[in-house]
Design a protein around this ligand. Structure first.
Ligand code: GRF
Length: 204
């Protein structure tokens, strides 16, 4: 399967997907990396790995969110993408793009959903005193950080943890489960229990 990745910043999850996809037996290739921010360091990282990467800045489209998303959609289709992975894409999607890619768009979120949707998940986990935290890969639906869960990994919250130390522990797991969830979805090995998930062709 050809996969497009949307980023906004560092792109370490994108890098993990690119690294996984470089393996001969991985059922996907990364066709393109797109960013809504021209300054996203991940764009250069992708190019260095030989992946076409370009910015489609929202501000080029003013207040016209639909036009911005149409440009992203067109770029994904031109690159022949069949699946889209959001990897630190920090812009809310409208039902337009979500609908175009229903069942074929994944996101990684740095918490054990449904706990802590939204921003600042690590600080909020520390403030809540949870003993377990983690990350979730899920299919994207119109509601932010909702949608059928494909994979999760938990990490302990340790005494003395700071936002940074907890984030780093979670990030290691993000990089592990995102490629795994993508592979399982493509290969049909993991059918989400949630009926809102549409099925993809299993690997042949
Ligand atoms: C990750 O923690 C991801 O879960 C969240 O934003 C962060 C992006 O990091 N949505 P990176 O750009 O993948 O390095």
């Amino acid at each position: 399967s050809r996969v497009g990745i949307l980023i906004s910043g560092r792109g370490s999850n994108m890098e993990a997907l690119v690294a996984a996809a470089a393996a001969e037996d991985f059922p996907a290739e990364i066709a393109i990396v797109l960013s809504n921010r021209a300054a996203a360091p991940g764009l250069e990282t992708a190019r260095r790995a030989g992946i076409p990467a370009r910015a489609i800045p929202a501000r080029d489209f003013g207040v016209d969110r639909a036009a911005h998303e149409a440009a992203i959609d067109a770029a994904l289709r031109e690159a022949g993408c069949e699946l889209v992975c959001l990897a630190g894409y920090m812009r809310l999607l409208t039902p337009f793009l979500v609908g175009r890619w229903a069942g074929r768009m994944l996101n990684i979120h740095p918490s054990l959903l449904p706990a802590f949707p939204g921003l600042d998940t690590h600080a909020r986990a520390l403030a809540a005193g949870v003993r377990l935290h983690g990350c979730t890969v899920h299919l994207v639906t119109e509601v932010m950080d909702e949608g059928p869960i494909l994979a999760q990994a938990a990490v302990p919250v340790l005494p003395g943890d700071t936002e940074a130390s907890l984030a780093a522990r979670v990030l290691v797991q993000e990089h592990r489960i995102y490629p795994q969830a993508l592979r399982n979805l493509i290969c049909g090995e993991q059918v989400p229990a949630d009926p809102r998930a549409s099925l993809l062709n299993p690997c042949v």
